[in-house]
Design a protein around this ligand. Structure first.
Ligand SMILES: NC(=O)CC[C@H](N)C(=O)O
Length: 234
């Protein structure tokens, strides 16, 4: 392997309700096809996140209970995670992880769980309701369509510097009102798509890996990695 990348599976032991580990398997599979050795390590409660040790952070979805524990712990990692993001580090954040990268999340019981505000969105609560079901979105910059399944009570509103991962064609997305789904900020990809979103939408996995490679190897010729096909040929 010519290149190597390291993934931090942030709170991988707690935020894994929907099989989020599958995303790391997809990243590894695709990375290997691109000539990249990919390793991962779980960083969880009471452990430091050291930005210079990682190229990609994967932060999965979870339930309100786990989120309430993480909301407190992640404040200690706030600066390091924000520095990583501002420095162009790659992140995939799903559902509960997506919510905690923003300013706050109001849980189903009305409790306000603080996020780290590394991204400018915030998440309010619905009244005794969840958005559950299949969802299809289209990224308006690339024209790529992404397919997934959403299950969330939180409704998220994007803020400064954030653009949606896609426009909702079917389903609810961030809040059921403005037709946005997920968020992109610098090299951070956020979505409400459940679990192994990258298995169904491997174009996103490729964007994440290419962004991480360009950052770690700015002078390398990455044309071979770029040629690896995703989409229907994956
Ligand atoms: N899918 C999830 O990760 C759910 C996140 C959060 N607990 C919500 O219900 O909105």
């Amino acid at each position: 392997m010519t290149y190597s990348l390291k993934v931090c599976h942030l709170y991988g032991d707690l935020m894994n309700t929907y099989g989020d580990l599958g995303n790391i398997l997809v990243l590894k599979y695709l990375a290997n096809k691109m000539g990249v050795a990919l390793t991962s390590e779980v960083i969880s409660l009471d452990q430091d996140f050291k930005p210079d040790q990682f190229d990609i952070v994967v932060f999965g979805g979870g339930q309100d209970f786990e989120q309430s524990i993480i909301s407190k712990d992640i404040q200690k990692k706030k600066k390091a995670l924000t520095d990583f993001i501002e420095d162009g580090g790659s992140v995939v954040a799903i559902c509960g992880g997506y919510q905690l990268l923003g300013h706050y999340y109001i849980g189903a019981n009305g409790e306000k769980l603080m996020g780290i505000g590394a991204l400018d969105h915030h998440t309010d609560k619905q009244k005794n309701h969840r958005f559950i079901g299949d969802i299809v979105i289209e990224n308006e910059e690339t024209g790529e369509k992404y397919h997934g399944f959403e299950n969330h009570q939180g409704i998220t509103f994007l803020g400064k510097g954030e653009r949606p991962l896609g426009k909702v064609l079917k389903g609810h997305g961030n809040n059921g009102r403005d037709q946005t789904e997920g968020a992109i900020y610098k090299n951070v990809y956020c979505t409400y798509f459940h679990g192994p979103v990258l298995a169904r939408n491997n174009q996103i996995a490729k964007h994440v890996l290419m962004n991480a490679l360009r950052r770690k190897y700015p002078d390398a010729d990455l044309s071979q990695a770029e040629k690896v096909k995703v989409g229907s040929t994956f």
